[in-house]
Design a protein around this ligand. Structure first.
Ligand code: GDP
Ligand code: IMO
Ligand code: MG
Length: 430
């Protein structure tokens, strides 16, 4: 039995989807525990590319796939995703379980996400516009609606009427938006239709996950976003609205910390970020453009170009601590193939001149101090044998391991399943 958490160590898009898919080969279940369809997890095998937003990436391997209570679910988008996969011969119906306690993303959440970003103007967060922030606000503010609430028809109808009245007041008097008000009757019918489709999947998922643990199964917990988008530990306020850290898996799936066997940190060999917020090692020059084009760095959810920069050891070292990472998977090394010189941020100079190796509270106005390493400057894309990796790449890898304080377990040299070197596959499933 093993419970393995897969977590992003930077600002998301590290390659979590690829690794979850890879490790699902030996998993009995995969659980999403936070976030919603703001995530975009890419999995490539054969001639196909899949981008999963809500469904756990394990679904592609026809494995029990669970949307935990910590997830916020947009039912319309979920149904769309299920239909798309079924058209590609993935029989989602046989494997999916949705927590009755997961919160719903309601129409006003998406509207308010958009209106709030418009109001903020230049100071916008650059959200994915999927209503994620407002949905979590309502969860914590105790005005949310849970998947299971749909099963109590009369109660749902009454609660919906109350909430819609409040949201319409907000729309008209706070946002002063020139938009039609929300209609409780229309939303009720819309959600009744969703319930008719999804009813068979709704259950007590914490019970299911704990039963799987008791039966000695191997379970993967698929994190979304990344450590520095965490609402407590990220670059606040430029963060998402959930706890993206490994710790979030316990509350978001309904298991105790004593059940976790290991935490695999997914690390991009450089750094990217989508949306606004500080990014000390960002490159606005030719090197940044080369990372962007070689890495095809466009958001898997919104299609926005991702900002690119050098590897930041302060970030990933902090991620190792915050998540209790036991080993890392180093992704997209092949993207660095064309670089003659590589840089790694090993410290920051603060605005008062002080130098720190520990991540400060604010990443605004810090200047990275770089260590330079010689690039391997040859093609490694698609390499599957450790012995074939150039010594300069191994030196880069070793330096990263030393700086972040966690061993490398997986090396990724391309987007496809097979373009991977797993150093010790048994370590995850002991
Ligand atoms: P996630 O959100 O963490 O699952 O990552 P995304 O799917 O948003 O972004 C990662 C992107 O990098 C996807 O397009 C993957 O197909 C791709 N990718 C993953 N690993 C590698 C790799 O080792 N090399 C290259 N070139 N691409 C990779
Ligand atoms: P995966 O799981 C990268 C970013 C948005 C924005 C901020 C808040 O694919 O790694 P939100 O819509 O969550 O309120 O937006 O968080 N963001 C992501 N960036 N990868 C993601 O997910 C992200 N999910 C949200 O760009 O800056
Ligand atoms: Mg992504």
């Amino acid at each position: 039995m093993a419970c393995v958490i897969i977590v992003g160590t930077q600002w998301g898009d590290e390659g979590k989807g690829k690794i979850v898919d890879l490790l699902t080969e030996r998993a009995d279940a995969v659980v999403r525990y936070q976030g919603g369809n703001n995530a975009g997890h890419t999995v490539m095998f054969g001639q196909d590319t899949f981008v999963l937003h809500l469904l756990p990436s394990g679904i592609l391997r026809k494995t029990i796939s669970i949307l935990g209570n910590g997830v916020v679910v947009d039912l319309a988008e979920l149904i769309k995703e299920i239909n798309e996969l079924e058209q590609m011969d993935i029989a989602v119906a046989n494997y999916l379980h949705i927590s009755d306690r997961a919160q719903l993303v309601m129409p006003w959440h998406k509207t308010f996400d958009r209106l709030r970003e418009e109001q903020k103007g230049r100071n916008k967060i650059g959200t994915t516009g999927r209503g994620i922030g407002p949905a979590y606000e309502d969860k914590v503010g105790r005005s949310g609606i849970r998947v299971g609430d749909l099963l109590e028809t009369e109660q749902f109808k009454n609660r919906l009427a109350e909430i819609v009245a409040e949201k319409n007041k907000l729309l008209a008097s706070y946002f002063k938006a020139d938009e039609p008000p929300f209609s409780a009757a229309d939303i009720f019918s819309e959600f009744e239709a969703y319930l008719n489709i999804l009813r068979p999947y709704i259950r007590d998922t914490p019970l299911l996950v704990n039963q799987l643990i008791e039966d000695d199964k191997n379970i993967l917990f698929e994190g979304a976003q990344g450590t520095f988008l965490d609402v407590d530990h990220g670059t606040y306020p430029f963060v998402t609205s959930s706890n993206t850290l490994a710790g979030g898996a316990c509350a978001g799936a309904g298991i105790g910390p004593t059940r976790i066997t290991c935490v695999l940190g997914i690390v991009k060999a450089y750094t990217t970020r989508v949306g606004s917020g500080p990014f000390p090692t960002e490159l606005l020059d030719n090197d940044g453009e080369l990372l962007q084009s070689e890495g095809h760095e466009f958001g898997a959810t919104t299609g926005r170009p991702r900002r690119c920069g050098w590897f930041d050891a302060l970030l990933v070292r902090q991620a190792v601590r915050l998540n209790g990472i036991t080993s890392i998977s180093l992704m997209k090394l092949d993207v660095l193939d064309k670089f003659k010189t590589l840089k790694i941020a090993v410290a920051y100079r603060l605005s008062n001149g002080e130098v720190t190796e520990d991540l400060p509270r604010s990443l605004e106005n810090v200047t990275p101090i770089y260590e330079e390493m010689s690039g391997w400057n040859c093609k490694t894309a698609g390499t599957t044998s450790y012995k074939q990796l150039p010594t300069k790449m191994l030196a880069y890898l070793e330096r990263i391991t030393e700086l972040v304080g966690a061993p490398v377990a997986i090396i990724s040299t391309g987007p496809k399943r097979e373009e991977t070197i797993v150093l010790n596959p048994d370590q995850f499933w002991f």
